[in-house]
Design a protein around this ligand. Structure first.
Ligand code: NAI
Length: 327
C-alpha cells in the first residue's frame, strides 16, 4: 500500500465541499490505489463546525478503504500541516450591497492568512489549487504570502471554464467531448475569460475549420462560456457546485497523474510569455507530466485574441492593484 497523501480542503462544509470530499476519498482524484488523509478547515462558528462534523460523519459512513485519516479544524495551521495538496475552496461570498472592492479586500485577508499558514506548515512541495473567488487574485495573494514555497505551485481553477468550453464546442462541432484536443481558456476566472478554440482538433481535424462560424464564436461561444456561472445560478437557484468540484478533481488529477499529452487550462503564475506580466495568475494551456505542468509555448496570437487576452489581463491587473498595499 502506498503512503497516504495529505489533502487539505478549506470551506469543507460548503456546497462544493459536499460534492468534492467523497470523490477524493473514493480515489477519483489521486487514483484507486492511493490512500488519502483529509484535513478539513471550516470557519470557527458553531454552525460551520457542526456542519463539518456532519460531513465527517458521512465520510465515516462511506467506509472508504482509501480514507486513511481525517481531521476537522478551524485552525489553518492544523489543516495545512504537512499537506501535499491544498484545495482552497472556502472564501467570503459577496453579501448584499457589497462592492467588488470590498469583496477583494475581505478575501485578501483570508488568503494572506492561509498563504502564511501554508508557508509555515505545509509540505515544501505542496500543490495549491484556489477555487474560492476571485480565484486568480486569491491565488496570487496566497502565493505572495508564502515566500518559502515555490511560486509555481500556486494555481487557480480555470478548469471549470475549460470543461464548459469543451462541452459547448463538442455540441456545436458534433464531435465527442473526449476527442477534443488543444482547447484553452485564457485569463481570469470571470466573465472576461477568453475561451479559444483556434487550435482545437478532434481526431486530427481542425474544429475552427469544421465550425467555420466567426459570429458563433464572438456572439455565442465566448459569452455562453463566460456567463455560464450566472446561468446556472438563475436555473438552479444555487451556484455550480458539482461541476466546480468535478473541475477541481480534474485539475489536481491531471497535475499529479498527468494529462497524457492533452492540453488542459490552469491558472498559473505567468513567466512573462504571451505578453502576460510575470507573476500574474492567468489561465494558459499546459500539459502535465510527473507532477509538473509545462506551458504550451509559441502559439500565434491574432488581433482578436490579443484584444480578448488584454481585456481579461486588465481586470486581473486592476484586482492586483486593489490588494497591492496588503502584500
Ligand atoms: P459555500 O458558501 O457553499 O461554501 C463555502 C464554505 O467556505 C462555507 O462552508 C464557509 O463556512 C467556508 N469558509 C468561508 N470562509 C472560510 C475560511 N476563511 N476558512 C475556511 N472556510 C471558510 O460556497 P461554495 O458553493 O462551496 O463555493 C465556494 C467558493 O468557490 C466560492 O467563492 C465560489 O464563488 C467559488 N467557486 C469557484 C469556481 C471556479 O471555477 N473557480 C466555481 C464555482 C464556485
Amino acid at each position: 500500500m502506498k503512503a497516504p497523501i495529505r489533502v487539505a480542503v478549506t470551506g469543507a462544509a460548503g456546497q462544493i465541499g459536499y460534492s468534492l470530499l467523497f470523490r477524493i476519498a473514493s480515489g477519483e482524484m489521486l487514483g484507486k490505489d492511493q490512500p488519502v488523509i483529509l484535513q478539513l478547515l471550516e470557519l470557527p462558528m458553531e454552525k460551520a463546525q457542526a456542519a463539518l462534523k456532519g460531513v465527517m460523519m458521512e465520510l465515516d459512513d462511506c467506509a472508504f478503504p482509501l480514507l486513511a485519516g481525517m481531521v476537522g479544524t478551524d485552525d489553518a495551521e492544523v489543516a495545512f500541516k504537512d499537506a501535499d495538496i491544498a484545495l482552497l475552496v472556502g472564501a467570503r461570498p459577496r453579501g448584499p450591497g457589497m462592492e467588488r472592492k470590498d469583496l477583494l479586500l475581505e478575501n485578501a485577508k483570508i488568503f494572506t492568512a492561509q498563504g502564511a499558514a501554508l508557508n509555515k506548515v505545509a509540505s515544501r512541495d505542496v500543490k495549491v489549487l484556489v477555487v474560492g473567488n476571485p480565484a486568480n487574485t486569491n491565488a496570487y495573494i496566497a502565493m505572495k504570502s508564502a515566500p518559502d514555497l515555490p511560486a509555481k505551485n500556486f494555481t487557480a481553477m480555470l478548469r471549470l471554464d475549460h470543461n464548459r468550453a469543451l462541452s459547448q464546442l463538442a455540441a456545436k462541432a458534433g464531435v465527442a467531448v473526449g476527442d477534443i484536443e488543444k482547447l484553452v481558456v485564457w485569463g481570469n476566472h470571470s466573465p472576461t475569460m477568453y475561451p479559444d478554440y483556434r487550435f482545437a482538433t478532434a481526431n486530427g481535424e481542425s474544429l475552427k475549420d469544421k465550425v467555420n462560424d466567426a459570429a458563433w464564436n464572438a456572439d455565442t461561444f465566448i459569452p455562453t462560456v463566460g456567463k455560464r456561472g450566472a446561468a446556472i445560478i438563475e436555473a438552479r437557484g444555487l451556484s455550480s457546485a458539482a461541476s466546480a468540484a468535478n473541475a477541481a478533481i480534474d485539475h489536481i488529477h491531471d497535475w499529479v497523474l498527468g494529462s497524457n499529452g492533452k492540453w488542459v487550462t490552469m491558472g498559473v503564475p505567468s513567466d512573462g510569455s504571451y505578453g502576460i506580466p510575470e507573476g500574474v495568475i492567468y489561465g494558459v494551456p499546459v500539459t502535465t507530466k510527473n507532477g509538473e505542468y509545462t506551458r504550451v509555448e509559441g502559439l500565434e496570437i491574432d488581433d482578436f485574441s490579443r484584444a480578448a487576452m488584454d481585456k481579461t489581463l486588465a481586470e486581473l491587473e486592476e484586482e492586483r492593484a486593489g490588494v497591492a498595499h496588503l502584500l
